[in-house]
Design a protein around this ligand. Structure first.
Ligand code: 5GP
Length: 194
């Protein structure tokens, strides 16, 4: 997605050979107009997939997911990283190791919001080693729902998550795929889709 790539080039900051900071439009400050375009793009890529629910992870997956949900006309559920008084019982849960925070979190959703009849599109901000994606997929599996695939805003193609998911037959649509962050330079892969 050309517009997203331009934004990454203009406002992304390379923190190391493996980490890209996009706090200016996705992970801290949010650009609603770009999020709207991202939502429209996910809708066009998964139009024929019969999606009934979108599942994401708090907090950075919420903005692109809500926009996609608006275009697709389906509800958005965000998995929580911490249980609360209102989210204690009847949960589906999975363990996710966070690449950026270097810690494990148990992510959970209420059983109420995903049913066996649902076809779920999983959306996340980044795909690196695939831990977050697999955690979300495990929640869909626990609900015995169908998985439409994975919609990713930024995939780091030099890490293994995307390849492993595709090898397992999971449809992965990434709007921008980064091939390298070496020497402080952002290089995109020519392949953007699955
Ligand atoms: P994975 O679970 O695929 O290893 O990593 C994906 C998760 O880690 C995403 O949900 C995202 O929050 C975070 N993440 C991984 N790599 C990066 C990165 O380079 N930049 C930012 N901002 N977040 C990342």
């Amino acid at each position: 997605m050309e517009r997203l790539k331009q934004k990454i080039m203009q406002e992304g900051k390379v923190l190391s050979d493996t980490v890209l900071k996009v706090d200016a439009f996705l992970n801290h400050q949010v650009d609603p107009v770009l999020m709207q375009a991202i939502g429209e793009e996910f809708d066009s890529r998964f139009k024929e997939a019969g999606v009934t629910k979108i599942l994401t992870l708090e907090s950075s997956g919420i903005a692109p997911s809500v926009m996609a949900g608006l275009y697709m006309g389906v509800p958005v559920i965000f998995a929580r990283k911490k249980k609360s008084l209102t989210l204690m019982d009847d949960l589906y849960s999975a363990d996710v190791y966070s690449y950026t925070k270097q810690e494990s979190n148990e992510i959970s959703i209420s059983k109420e919001y995903i049913q066996q009849e649902d076809t779920v599109l999983v959306i996340d901000d980044f795909l690196a080693n695939g831990q977050a994606a697999w955690g979300l997929i495990h929640l869909v599996e626990q609900a015995s729902a169908d998985l439409a695939g994975l919609g990713i805003v930024i995939e780091k193609g030099f890490q293994d998550g995307g390849d492993e998911l595709r090898q397992k037959g999971i449809r992965v649509e990434s709007l921008a795929i980064i091939e390298s962050l070496k020497q402080g330079e952002i290089q995109f892969s020519k392949e953007e889709a699955a």
